[in-house]
Ligand binder design. Structure first.
Ligand SMILES: [Fe+2]
Length: 356
């Protein structure tokens, strides 16, 4: 690997070879320690280079394109396509004309970073390129930090899930399915991507407080006595204590604490009703009960989906948020497909030979 292989790429596109070469020399002189400079003499070639960069995992920081390239793709059109290939890269359009339409297109469709009229003033040009590279690196750093936090969160959630599994191995696939149904229902409810990903991750921790419930109660076949039921209910309070720390996402706390609240206010532990229960907990409540009904437990056989649907429908407006129930039932096929996929993945994992 060459020493500068880790540097981000700056791609210059111009159909006039002399201009392209002088652009390359100018950029190399000033930025060879901060970027790798690539060139293309047409928009088509530029796109081919960008696709190759994506395939090879190269980071493209900046694309500089001439507007007027007779016989081929024009600059604004090229930047529009380039933006689709590498949406994170900054774009600069060079034009010798006051071509306001092209600039407008590039701003609207390629998220244009700057427009530079030809001939450019070298110092201004260098400053603009420098700022574009800085802006790109800054944005990349933010994304890397977010990914790092996400990886750490997934690792912590997995560790907590494993704690649950030690105590009650029957919940293994249940918590995965509840995560999947919850994410799917959140999407149907029109929540944004971040919300959906968070709920998909955190829903699996809804019963984390069961780590504080004696194992003989967790796996007891048959119905609970009133005393046992009180102990079982306490898993919500155990979770509240576990998830109290600063920096823990409020959503995970809301899910663990409120997933047994009911729409009519008769649930536990706070007796919240209607939309006073956070939506993430109302979503998980449906996902949790639906999956529990259609799967076998030590104390009950699996119900057919039709009976589970009947129960959920009957409980709409009393136990469950009626709007969410309607959405869930409207897309029931997708929930069933999710269950089949997760169960099949597990069957494959179980069938795989153990390493060593
Ligand atoms: Fe629970």
């Amino acid at each position: 690997m060459a020493a500068n292989d880790d540097l981000p790429i700056v791609l210059c596109v111009d159909d006039e070879r002399i201009i392209l070469m002088s652009l390359k020399m100018e950029l190399k002189d000033r930025f060879s320690d901060r970027a790798r400079i690539e060139t293309a003499d047409s928009g088509e070639d530029g796109l081919a280079i960008l696709r190759q960069c994506v395939d090879e995992g190269d980071d493209v920081a900046l694309i500089i394109s001439d507007q007027r390239m007779p016989g081929g793709m024009q600059g604004d059109r090229f930047l529009e396509e380039a933006h689709k290939v590498v949406p994170g890269a900054r774009t600069i359009l060079l034009t010798g004309y006051a071509d306001i339409d092209a600039v407008k297109n590039a701003v609207n469709r390629a998220d244009l970073y700057r427009y530079i009229p030809k001939p450019w003033e070298p110092e201004d040009f260098a400053l603009t390129v420098s700022k574009a590279i800085d802006a790109h690196l800054q944005a990349r750093l933010v994304v890397e930090k977010q990914e790092q936090i996400e990886r750490l969160t997934v690792a912590m959630v997995t560790a907590l899930e494993n704690v649950n599994l030690i105590n009650d191995e029957n919940t293994g696939l249940h918590i995965k399915r509840v995560g999947a149904y919850s994410e799917f229902l959140a999407r149907k409810a029109g929540r944004d991507e971040i919300f959906c990903r968070r709920i998909g991750l955190y829903a699996s921790l809804h019963d984390i407080g069961k780590v504080g419930v004696p194992r003989e109660i967790l796996v007891k076949p048959g119905r609970y006595t009133p005393e046992e039921f009180e102990i079982m209910k306490s898993h919500v309070l155990v979770a509240e204590r576990m998830l109290k720390g600063a920096g823990i996402d409020e959503m995970v706390r809301n899910i663990a604490l409120y997933h047994h609240e009911r729409w009519d206010g008769s649930g536990y532990m706070r007796g919240l009703s209607g939309a006073r229960t956070p939506i993430e907990a109302r979503i998980v409540a449906i996902a949790d009960v639906f999956d529990a009904l259609i799967t076998e437990r030590p104390y009950k056989p699996a119900l057919p989906v039709s009976e589970a649907v009947e129960f959920i429908t009957r409980s709409s407006g009393s136990q469950f948020d009626p709007g969410l129930v309607a959405l869930f039932l409207d897309h029931l096929d997708e929930a069933i497909a999710l269950k089949a996929r997760i169960d099949a993945e597990y069957a494959l994992e179980s069938a795989a030979p153990l390493p060593g």
